[in-house]
Design a protein around this ligand. Structure first.
Ligand code: HEM
Length: 165
């Protein structure tokens, strides 16, 4: 086989790979495995809906809603809107979206609240319930929880992370 035939064969091989979807996955925007979690969740509006349902679940959860009494006292107030906006921007940012989270770091935000691992788990349950009720697929749910889970160590027991995995 001469050099020219070899080059043609390599070219054909690469074209077949490309056409069958095996092209460089980092440059193919239609490849689901390369779409950011943010995009797969449905973008900022979908995240806002998740956060709204999540806060609603927390508000009805007697295990933890007392932490949020001041925020939930007025769901049209600045404090409620700020928390909701901070949560949306944080989730948007950590999932690869075009947002900038400008709130406090997790250790500072939860310092002095004496949040236990049970409180933390209750809040995660409320988030999972929100994701389930909105039909977020298992893969995306797992990915989001894998990102948020490690925050346990900064949030629980005033940053001591007692009981966190
Ligand atoms: C992965 C878990 C959590 C995330 C991602 C998260 C995220 C946040 C964010 C972004 C803020 C706003 C920070 C700011 O104002 O700059 C915040 C505040 C707060 N968080 Fe968390 N949090 C988590 C877990 C918890 C838990 C387990 C509790 C209690 C059960 C809790 C209670 C609060 C309270 C009471 C505030 C202050 C709300 C206010 O008064 O404005 N958080 N959290």
């Amino acid at each position: 086989m001469n050099k020219f035939t070899k080059s043609i064969l390599v070219l054909i091989f690469l074209s077949v790979l490309y056409l069958t979807g095996c092209s460089d996955s980092t440059t193919n925007p239609n490849n689901p495995s390369t779409r950011s979690l943010y995009t797969r969740l449905g973008g900022v509006n979908a995240i806002d809906t998740v956060v709204a349902v999540f806060i609603n679940n927390v508000a009805m959860d007697n295990r933890i809603n007392f932490f949020f009494a001041a925020v939930l006292a007025d769901t049209t107030g600045v404090r409620y809107r700020l928390l909701r906006q901070n949560l949306v921007q944080q989730i948007c940012m950590v999932t690869g979206g075009p947002c900038l989270y400008l709130g406090k770091d997790m250790r500072t935000a939860h310092q002095g609240m004496n949040i236990t691992i049970n409180h933390f788990n209750a809040l995660v349950e409320d988030l999972v319930a929100a994701l389930n009720s909105l039909g977020v697929p298992q893969q995306e749910k797992n990915e989001l929880l894998a990102i948020l889970g490690p925050l346990c160590r900064d949030i629980v027991d005033n940053g001591n992370g007692t009981g966190c995995p």
